[in-house]
Design a protein around this ligand. Sequence first.
Ligand code: ADP
Length: 251
Amino acid sequence: MQDTRDEKLNTLEQAHIDFISTVSHELRTPLTSIRGFADTLLSSYDKLTPEQREKFLLIIKEQSNRLINLVENLLTVSKMQSNKELLIYKAVDCIPLIESSIQMIKNQYKTHKYVFNYDKNLPKILVDTDKFQQILLNLTDNASKYSNDNSTVTIKVSQNFNENTVIISVKDEGIGISNEDLSKIFNKFSRIDSPLTRKIQGNGLGLYITKTLVEKMNGKIEVESSPKGSDFKVIFKAATPEDNGINKIKE
Ligand code: ADP
């Protein structure tokens, strides 16, 4: 009995140590780069050309954004794990929410094409609207980030009448994910290390957060992938007439 308890504590302690070590590494890389470029600007400002100065300042800005994303993701994970976050459920038409998420991503990836198709007369779904948008933003951002400029990201919403569900698919023409890696991508801090992904920035928390949020809202997430691209689907039950009109608060 004592042995099993000790083993559990050891596993928890190890998970805690691994977590701190991963976070420290994720923080150190951008911070080292920010300090390095700030030092160079301070010590050699007059010797640098205006182009070099601008380039270094842009790197500092990019690395600061990377840190902000990491901290925001860590706060989301911490709130989700402490189960203190209240979700406000509402029966909503998901189309305007998806449209506004696509618009936000479009502003960031100016050369990608975005195609949005949806069935007519879709039923409402019961979700927390902010969290639903976060899911869509994460999936559409990944679809854009892991595919070439000028490629197309297709977002499709359909209804499965037999299952009484609404299916949202985010499909890209990007680098794809191998079968072996598909089992890992939803784990915390999981990034696929390949020459294709190494240049792309991320912290491996987006899909962990996405899956946790989808499941908290009683949905499912599925993925199919090939070297021609990936298709992430999130599936939610259609709202019932009783779900209309009232806000339900659940942990
Ligand atoms: P990251 O911040 O690294 O993008 P995610 O948790 O969102 O973290 O994704 C985990 C990993 O899954 C990514 O590092 C990437 O290797 C892979 N991945 C996620 N989405 C896609 C996609 N649409 N196409 C190819 N690979 C993807």
